[in-house]
Design a protein around this ligand. Structure first.
Ligand SMILES: [Zn+2]
Length: 490
């Protein structure tokens, strides 16, 4: 399917967040608590988790083999052992030093970040005037967003823009700890960094279940998860997803299918004023014959639910569901793309790239598609993107049906199965057809709108409630078209 899938460009990744939220700060810091050495003489660290080389989408090949749940190397295991010995001996400085070294080896190590955050704590809030002291305070409390922002301001003032950007980015990574400091950081990043100017910020309200929360360092896991998915989708979306609230929920009593979990959380919690609403569960897919989903998302809406393995800090399923919020639709099972729900590919097919680029300016506020999508997009560009995607998809489906019928040495049952697979009702696909019909209607293209409404009814299944609504709308449209084109008789 060469022409069909175009890998997302990964080169941009390292350029876009060059210092990757200042993971480097911590590494530069490496042992600063003990030595108080805060100079830039240390070489930049190669251990940022999201450089192009080890980003989830570096290339489809390397990406696929990249585990979503990282495993500790031997060195890291040894450092963790030493840190544990230091903790038992009550030697916080040694413990700090060992955990800092863990971060040097694996800059997204959630447990090490969590323990370092505990050891360093929040910064004292007394006023400091000297810019050196402001920077020193941030280095001593590198998980305090306010201290980071104050230090970044001091650095920016004396012309150290790159370092200021690193500190501000780190404050954004820690946004849930101090959303107002993170907001200041974002405003300043838009002024100081050309890379940030191109980016949109989408806040995320996270609801995390008890299985994820049982893992040490789970908040850092969540922060890194959303950063890694932002980087993964960056070349298509140019958007940074920022968790600004990480809240608990109990999944124990809810049936273990994602639709139930998604609906239960939505019913129980309030949608944020702005941003994505995401439920994250650590419950695995139940074993057995039934097909259980790993993720669900409201097509062009703003809520989703995903299963994340404990400890995982990257997720193909999360990327897939986010793309549904931007209008992406499924493709057939044998196309290598993120939008193939059963595949492993991290590339993105050309028709979906076109769709999400046309929709990436959407908003995530109160209201529905009208308020959050239609008012913010170029109608013509979006309609064209969907039309070509729908036609590619239909052609593919069509040829699959023909293929299934033509195949020689297959039993009728196999043929039936093949045809059913190709026709596999995809509700997102139906949603897309209905959306484009509405856009075309707004644009005065009534004949096309009629055909798409009819198609969406077929795709939903003519006997389903939504299928019937689409069929009814199509019928009304047809009647009104006939009424206006009928010759006038007196
Ligand atoms: Zn999907």
């Amino acid at each position: 399917m060469g022409a069909e899938s175009e890998p997302i460009r990964a080169e941009g990744v390292s350029k876009i967040f060059p210092s990757v939220i200042g993971f480097r700060i911590l590494v530069l810091l490496g042992g600063a608590l003990a030595s108080a050495c805060v100079g830039r003489s240390n070489p930049p660290v190669s251990a940022t988790p999201l450089t192009a080389a080890n980003s989830p989408i570096a290339t489809a090949e390397t990406a696929v083999s990249e585990p979503e749940v990282p495993t500790d190397s031997r060195t890291v295991r040894e450092l963790l052992r030493l840190a544990e010995l230091a903790r038992r001996a009550g030697n916080r400085e040694a413990e700090y030093a060992h955990f800092s070294q863990v971060i040097e080896h694996d800059s997204s190590h959630s447990r090490a970040h969590a323990r370092l955050a505990e050891i360093t704590g929040r910064a004292p809030t007394y006023r400091i005037a000297s810019s050196d002291d402001l920077v020193l305070r941030a280095l001593q409390h590198p998980y305090d967003p306010k201290a980071l922002v104050d230090a970044a301001e001091a650095l920016a003032e004396r012309g150290s823009t790159d370092r200021a950007v690193e500190y501000f980015e780190r404050a954004v990574w820690l946004a849930d700890l101090d959303p107002s400091a993170a907001l200041t950081a974002i405003r300043r990043l838009y002024v100081l960094s050309d890379e940030w100017k191109r980016h949109r910020i989408v806040p995320v309200q996270l609801h995390v279940d008890e299985l994820i929360r049982a893992q040490p360092g789970w908040q850092f896991q969540m922060r890194t998860l959303w950063l890694s998915v932002s980087v993964m989708l960056d070349s298509a979306l140019e958007t940074r997803f920022v968790p600004i609230a990480i809240l608990p929920f109990e999944a124990g009593d809810i049936p273990n299918d994602l639709d139930s979990i998604h609906e239960a959380i939505l019913a129980e919690m309030r949608l944020p004023a702005e941003g994505i609403f995401a439920a994250i569960t650590g419950r695995p897919v139940p074993s057995g014959d039934a097909v259980y989903k790993k993720g669900v998302a409201e097509f062009l809406g703003r809520s989703l639910a995903v299963r994340i393995a404990p400890g995982a800090n990257r997720s193909r399923v999360l990327a897939h569901e986010i793309l549904h919020l931007y209008g992406a639709i499924h493709v057939l099972d044998d196309v290598d793309t993120l939008m193939n729900p059963t595949g492993v590919s991290l590339a993105l097919d050309a028709p979906n790239i076109r769709i999400i680029r046309s929709l990436r300016g959407r908003e995530f506020g109160p209201g529905g598609i009208e308020e959050n999508v239609v008012s913010w997009i170029d109608l013509g560009v979006t309609v064209a993107a969907y039309r070509s995607a729908l036609s590619v998809n239909l052609n593919l489906r069509d040829s699959k049906i023909k293929e299934a019928m033509r195949a020689r040495d297959t039993t009728p049952a196999q043929v039936a199965f093949g045809v059913q697979q190709a026709r596999h009702l995809d509700t997102h696909f139906a949603d897309a057809a209905r959306l484009v019909a509405a856009l075309m209607l707004a644009d005065g293209q009534r004949a096309e709108a009629f055909r798409l409404l009819d198609l969406s009814s077929q795709l939903y299944g003519p006997s389903t409630p939504r299928g019937r609504v689409s069929a009814e709308k199509a019928k009304m449209l047809k009647r009104s078209m006939e009424a206006t084109t009928a010759p006038v008789t007196e």
